[in-house]
Design a protein around this ligand. Sequence first.
Ligand SMILES: Nc1ncnc2c1ncn2[C@@H]1O[C@H](COP(=O)(O)OP(=O)(O)O)[C@@H](O)[C@H]1O
Ligand SMILES: [Mg+2]
Length: 339
Amino acid sequence: MKVVILYDPGAEDWTPEDVRSVMNAVGEIAVIFDAMGHEVRRLGVRHDMRWLQICRSADLVFNLCEGVHGKSEWEEHVVGTLEFAGVPFTGCGLWTLAACRRKAVANALLADAGLPIPRWTLAQGKIDDDFPLPAIVKPAAEDASAGIDRGSVVTDRRGLRARTAAMTEQFDEVLVQQYVPGREFNVGFVGTRTLAIAEIDFAGMPEGAWPILTHAAKWDRGSPEDLGSVPVCPANIPQRLAGALTRTAEAAWRVMQGTGYGRVDLRVDEQGQPWVLDVNPNPDLNDDAGLSRMAQTAGWDYAELVRRIAEVALREAQGAKAARELLAPSRRTRAPRTA
Ligand SMILES: Nc1ncnc2c1ncn2[C@@H]1O[C@H](COP(=O)(O)OP(=O)(O)O)[C@@H](O)[C@H]1O
Ligand SMILES: [Mg+2]
């Protein structure tokens, strides 16, 4: 089988660490398909569209693009192009990526379907005087905790005005959302399979910092916020709570028409009520990221996670039998016949 691993080669403002993080996943996934005997090509996406010709002759595109030239809004264009060209690709489709990237759109759809979404509003003009505080102010069309730091949670009207003013200078769309105190959980999906629940343990957060996943907590390895936010998988929670989280996350994943792989972020308030914070199609696939940790709990090593993600994509495109045949290792070492 011909596998193209598609990625964003980045932009001028990417740090060597940003590039390394992308290329690390590209490299590891390439090794996995190569070891199965498949023909692997690593391919950076650029606006010249040359990549499309190459993808058209592939049996599978393993899509690691989170944007083009660092712009996240192009992520769905890459996938839309592959969909239109009829090339099988891993992960979510155009509609899911586009809808989830706009948190206001996703929240409206999820709330309309009856899912528990903390009260939210787009920061356009004056925010209602009765908007509940504390609130978190976050970019409405970014992910990976972009724009989220220790000042993101505000506790009074003045703070709210100041923070929304500062954020709207930097980001086109800004969302204000009621802050949900309580434990934070992630539920991961691969195809139709729900993986083990993970919890973020914030017990070690520095004094005075809100227990939230800031940009530093996610990306600055060794920073106080990183060290203070420790993923625990499987989460140590009673079965009832696990059931409630799983049901809520599965419903959210269905509403957003999630396919391929994804992760839903939730919080649980003091009453034990889960709230959906974020639906993430195509979350980080690096071996040290959340989804890989959840997969390990299911007994899948990293190669098995990658293989399953490919299988889901191929099955969707060509049916289960073809997916099995395409994925079968082509350099099979046969056991010697004894009879
Ligand atoms: N309404 C909220 N209440 C409490 N914490 C929140 C809320 N929204 C976001 N957070 C915190 O901010 C982090 C990032 O927010 P999220 O909406 O998941 O954005 P991203 O797409 O950047 O991951 C969450 O993991 C959580 O810790
Ligand atoms: Mg999130």
